[in-house]
Design a protein around this ligand. Structure first.
Ligand code: ZN
Length: 250
């Protein structure tokens, strides 16, 4: 007599006897319901590439997957170009020893520009603050990035910032004015106050960028602190320029 297929399977299972029996019973009872297959996923090498892209700031899982697919589908040259650009930037880029901006030589283009020597020195929190100010087109002096702002609770004191370098620079370059272009949060205020006190004994003309309404912002929706500062920082209006001030003309 031919062996019943169920008995055959039961005999040939390599699990322990009692456990395999109970599993077999359950499977037999549910044989109409297919066992859920393992979810299909990309091969490990692709998933690893996606994981690496996800580590980049602002890149979520879907974007990481799209970038990885784009790279793999593009001609080889594109991946190689990207790799070469990353390697070149990492090898070439450095921090300007004077101002802290990005440079390919010891000093950045702004610090090497002799036409800017002895003019205003604009102090900013971070090197990435320099380009937005530069793009306004109204400032023709030099910059100094502090590399952060005073924040004792986060363990950031004057020694952690490029404040000693600033003092040395002011002493050597004797700028016509030091402009504090720092944020208006508590740490920005504390840093500006600290720097103003440090620079005052040297007879340096220290100013701070004005605070007020943002472009496109109405008075109705501004908060009280902003309105208070906007009123306090008001200036003579002429030729479309508040105060009529331009750099290098006193
Ligand atoms: Zn520089």
């Amino acid at each position: 007599m031919a062996e019943d297929p169920q008995t055959f399977s039961r005999k040939n299972t390599h699990l322990g006897a009692s456990f395999s029996d109970s599993v077999f019973t359950v499977l037999s009872l549910n044989r109409q319901q297919p066992i859920a297959p393992m979810p299909l996923d990309y091969p490990e090498s692709f998933r690893e590439l996606v994981r690496q892209f996800r580590r980049l700031p602002g890149i979520g899982p879907r974007s990481a997957e799209r970038i990885a697919l784009w790279l793999l589908r593009s001609p080889d040259a594109k991946s190689e170009q990207l790799l070469a650009s990353i390697a070149r930037a990492r090898e070439t880029l450095r921090t300007c020893r004077a101002c802290g901006f990005f440079a390919e030589q010891e000093e950045c283009m702004i610090c090497r520009d002799e036409a800017r020597a002895g003019r205003e020195l604009c102090v900013v929190e971070s090197a990435t603050d320099i380009l937005p100010l530069e793009k306004t087109g109204v400032f023709r002096g030099r910059y100094h990035a502090l590399g952060g702002k005073l924040s004792p609770l986060d363990g950031v004191g004057p020694e952690q910032l490029r404040i000693a370098e600033l003092l040395q620079r002011v002493g050597e370059e004797r700028p016509s004015e030091v402009i504090l272009a720092l944020g208006v949060d508590v740490e920005g205020e504390a840093t500006a106050h600290y720097l103003a006190e440090l620079l005052a004994p040297g007879g340096i003309h220290v100013t701070r960028i004005a605070q007020g309404l943002p472009a496109g912002g109405g008075v109705e929706h501004a908060d009280q602190i902003t309105l208070h500062r906007a009123l306090a920082n008001r200036g003579v209006y002429g030729n479309g320029i508040p105060n009529g001030k331009t750099f290098g003309q006193g």
